[in-house]
Design a protein around this ligand. Sequence first.
Ligand code: URA
Length: 302
Amino acid sequence: MKSEGINREFLDGVLTGAHPDVYYHFGVSSEDPLLEGLRDVRAVIMAGSGGRIKEFADRWSRLNGGSEVIAFPKEDRFVTRYTAGVLFASHGMGMPSASIAVQELMRMVYLLKRGDLDALDQVFWARVGTSGGVGLPGGTIVVSSEGLMPDLKPYRLIQGGRGSYWFDGTFPEPTREAILRANDGSGLSIVSGKTVATNEFFLEQFRLDGAIRMETEETKGEFLAWLHENGVRNIEMEGAMLAAYLNSWGFPSFAMICAVLLNRLEGDQVTSTPEQLHTFSEDSGDVLFNYLQSLLLPAGEQ
Ligand code: URA
């Protein structure tokens, strides 16, 4: 961990009891007895939708002999569950929403690990999501190597008090390799590549089917070809920020696993059937669970 990246000025006061921390969007505070049950957290798994989080938590509980699933009381923003060492939380859509979830979860994990940097090092983070493929057919799973914004530069916030704040969008290679290894022989189509995260589904992803249209077939084709030439394999709406914030604290182990819903070189609309979408979603979940099991479940229990 990088101690200098952590807002210890605020967070250490929470540890000493000088003041509480309210994780407002999750509906709990540092003084909530519910959090006591989460001290053994070893992984934080995020996904866009609350339904997916509930399914993941139930699946992890079944793999852990029916372990108790703790549900957070507030669900109007994010849906949160904890079971058997894994905290599952939804983050909504896009970086403005997901950045709230990520920052509050980082603060929560700091509290749970009592600010112990070695213990924080042990926590694995992942987002499992959906994306548009760049030259990849629907159903492919992309494990991201780097998260970038649509100009192929890393995540940054424009014009803070000290100008622009730039972040590192790299996803740690050893974790990525370990995920690929854990899925060896799974038969799933998994690739690794750069991911572009946009702040808009239509215009920033150069779609021609929005209510508003700024691009032409030609500029869209040029943009997607440029992404592809630069190693980008999918486009979604959270990854650049996720990698940026986790790197700023120096977490050594995190990943993003996204199912491709469509090949953007062939179209803009998501026309897959509900059955196909279900399979895509199951497959990306399988990639995560194959890794989680190798990480957290002793060999005999898998
Ligand atoms: N999510 C996105 O952000 N873009 C797509 O094309 C599909 C899913």
